[in-house]
Design a protein around this ligand. Sequence first.
Ligand SMILES: NC(=O)c1ccc[n+]([C@@H]2O[C@H](COP(=O)([O-])OP(=O)(O)OC[C@H]3O[C@@H](n4cnc5c(N)ncnc54)[C@H](OP(=O)(O)O)[C@@H]3O)[C@@H](O)[C@H]2O)c1
Length: 312
Amino acid sequence: MKAALYDSFGDPEQVKVGDIDPPEVGEGEVLVRIEAAGVNPVDAAVQRGHLQGRLPHTFPIIPGWDMAGVIEERGFSARRFEVGDAVFGYARRPVVQWGTFAEYVVIPESYLAKQPQSIPATEAGAIPLTGLTAYQSIFDAGRLEAEETILILGASGGVGSFAIQLAKTEGAEVIGVASQSNHDYMKQLGADATIDYHSEHIGEATLDIAPEGVDLIFDCSSGESMQQSLSALKNDGKLVSILNTGENLDPDIDFEYVFVEPNSSQLDTLADLVDADKLDIHISKTYSLDETPQALQNIEQRHTKGKTIIIP
Ligand SMILES: NC(=O)c1ccc[n+]([C@@H]2O[C@H](COP(=O)([O-])OP(=O)(O)OC[C@H]3O[C@@H](n4cnc5c(N)ncnc54)[C@H](OP(=O)(O)O)[C@@H]3O)[C@@H](O)[C@H]2O)c1
């Protein structure tokens, strides 16, 4: 199969497209022909070697953890799906090696769910990693409830775009933080109020909007934003971050770090929300497999609006 590959950590330009045999389809696994693969900041971080202390790896590595595609073959005992079913999934495995920036991937069927029926595979492939991250952060860790107020830092990006919409499905009030140029976009997604981190102090601007403070801060941004936001957290509020692991935080803050996990039943929920017209997928750029280095360089700038994808 054709795949993006790299043999050492470093600059994204080292990623080349080549031919490699896909692995054997094992017990409980399926072979999926990939139609679209979402691009995520973690793909660039892994490729630069930033996670090598945390995640074991085997070279050559095919980057990419997101995908939508079609089941081509089933291994012994794999029976959740039929050959020809359109599925999507978050394909992070215990060892970093076989990714989704390729024509095929072999993956445990338990990682997968059926694609939403109302959108093309090109949009479904952008959902799993960021959709699951938002879901697990604001509902599992953040326990967000109706009529609570959530402040989302980095709300126009891949994760933030899902977080705004998921919080609205729960009936929460949403304040989104991103650059001014993304404020109309965040409002289209459902944000009730927006803050520009370039020109406003986030904590003060949040208290102007919600004088009693917010119940949940969801941090998917960088820079000073999280520290600035803390003055707007209610005493009994919760802070959830997917970037900061809690160093230098006041120990009295109710804090949780989330590292997203595969979860097929939550993918089913996300697919149902898409089909109920409650979740929109915004693709800002599409790359070919040959353009993987550019896709990685772009995503590591941390200013993506919605999602970018690779079509192998
Ligand atoms: N732990 C996990 O499981 C997990 C899962 C997914 C992602 N992540 C991490 O979470 C981060 C976000 O991921 P993503 O896919 O949403 O990234 P993304 O698509 O690149 O979005 C980044 C967002 O952050 C905003 N932003 C940039 N600098 C900011 C600042 N100083 N203050 C507030 N907002 C700022 C951007 O808005 P503007 O363009 O307007 O600046 C944009 O909305 C990445 O670092 C990623 O590696 C972690």
